[in-house]
Design a protein around this ligand. Sequence first.
Ligand SMILES: [Zn+2]
Length: 219
Amino acid sequence: MKLADERAELCGIGRKMAGTGLVSGASGNISVRAGDLVAVTPSGMMLDRMAPEDCPVLDLDGHLVEGERVPSSETPMHLAIYEATGTNAIVHTHSTYGAVVATTMTELPPIHYNTLVLGGVVKVAEYATYGTPELAANVRAAMEGGIGGGGMHAALMANHGGVTIGGDLEQAYENAVLLEWLCGVYVRARTIGEPRVLTDEELHQVIERGLTPPHYPRR
Ligand SMILES: [Zn+2]
């Protein structure tokens, strides 16, 4: 079986995501790249009920290489992100606070310095219908930039959810947990007052202190 370890890893992270409430039902999808191949979660399946063979393997152009099931409908977005960043893993969720911020804001104001772990201020990609090349292009654009110019490791998707990347699946998952935590802090803070937002200077001071924002492998 091609990408056996990676497909098993998708199942493990899928169970973890369902367990921590980052996804509910069959919402959300994840993928991992090994060289020129990508293993992705199947369309319409609960992320905590998959077996490795349920996860199709594709090449980077989206051609099916192995597997019986239909790849996730959000596969065009995953492939566009791999092409743009050269990263190794992608996690897409409909997590609650991420969706709340993505429905009301054009970016997640930097209320905590750990936003730098995701590359800087997280932007909300413009709305487009799920699964379309337009949405893939919008998300790709939202992941450009970042505070050091090395590229964002997270984006929110208007009226939809969030997406994070990482050097491996575990890291992409941890970034998804962090994104949801940051959105949760912001939304809850808004319920008791106007959150104080960190200035550019304050964020740069954190970088000087040693927190280096990530950058894409291709940069
Ligand atoms: Zn989605």
